[in-house]
Design a protein around this ligand. Sequence first.
Ligand code: AMO
Length: 432
Amino acid sequence: MRILSSQVAEHVGETVCVAGWLHRVRALKSVTFAVVRDRAGLVQVVAADAELVKRLGELPEETVVEVEGTATANPQAPGGVEITSPVLRELSDPALTPPFDIYRPVVTAALPTVLDNAAVTLRHPRLRAPFEISAASVSGFRGALEGLGFTEIHTPKVVSSATESGANVFKLDWFGRNAYLAQSPQFYKQTMVGVFERVFEVGPVFRAEPHDTARHLAQYTSLDAELGFVTDHRDVMAVVRDAVAGMVAAIAERAPAAVELLKVELPEVPAEIPSIHFADAQELLARETDEDPRGEPDLAPAHERWLCDWAVREHGSQFLFVTGYPMAKRPFYTHPDPERPEFSNSFDLLFRGLELVTGGQRLHRHSDYLAALAARGESPEPYAGYLAAFAHGMPPHGGFALGLERFVARMTGADNIRWTTLFPRDLHRLTP
Ligand code: AMO
């Protein structure tokens, strides 16, 4: 019976069979050591038989093999166990040599080489690890939201109108009609609050971002949630907190090897994440830095970084909510702050210097939507399907979206979110 490399130690003295990739072959005078890699890790195989030694000398690394032999304890072997007296079967053709040495612990290749050859280079344990953290994060997000009574939904990625303000939308031909790639599930998740009260979605979104930065992709994975019967944006922030805490806990639980390998420092998620109002953040920046951002409608990336450092110093938290962004910079569905209508009941969550989440309370009255669109000089016509939900009774609600690649990049210390994206799509990259 085939077992995983990590299970060999449990079968010392028995015949075992392991399948994987020939990770490394090292010939000594009398024996040859081969290391086989499978999804669970590595196991050493010791060949003494002259014919097998010769064959191992010829077989290129990355060839897919099956090895049957005796599980033998050896304190000197990695993991304290190895497979001796092996019989080796090739399960595929001899492999081509990878574009760079994927067997050395340190990654020496530059990002473009890694991305151009992702199907092979991501086999490097250090390059694969962020995706194990990514999978654990999504699992944690799902678990946290399901625990809070949210229903998972799947909404169309080809849509008939833009959802997020701005021109960064991909247009395509849909049987002769104009269509767009969804920038977010915003409209659909709000609409589904009218059906399920609480919904979430994990899916791809598309942004025709013309800028070439280490934190923007043209396609990324958005973790979205939306819930009804909120008092204001603070109820949404409490859900963000629980979702992020669930994600961090799931990384520790489900991806301990990746955490260890990448030396990930998992952050504490405070029971209540500190928050600062946008206007107060600007005052603080004006008072304590050389810059005076007051009057600007948004925070610059450098301001976000400074505020994150401030949150660590002041509150001992690596997470910081900035609330109350000016209405002028937020999409038309945003709910204003009833006390100060030039500001919104919205927020961003900053983490280790970067915006990770955007969210807020939404308008929920049909008449408010008509007024908001009119104020922006927009016709309600393209939004008819969306607006219908509000005409049929919609509770006060709000929600948020978290960018998965950014989350994993910040978690693993990657300097570019392309290290945490399997096949990045951006200004330049459409293949592989
Ligand atoms: P927003 O446009 O701010 O909000 O996006 C939410 C989060 O998604 C991530 N993100 C990106 N990640 C990679 N590449 C990009 N080009 C990119 N753009 C955004 C960020 C960001 O915080 N509908 C609203 C959310 C809501 O209010 O529910 C929205 O999409 O982490």
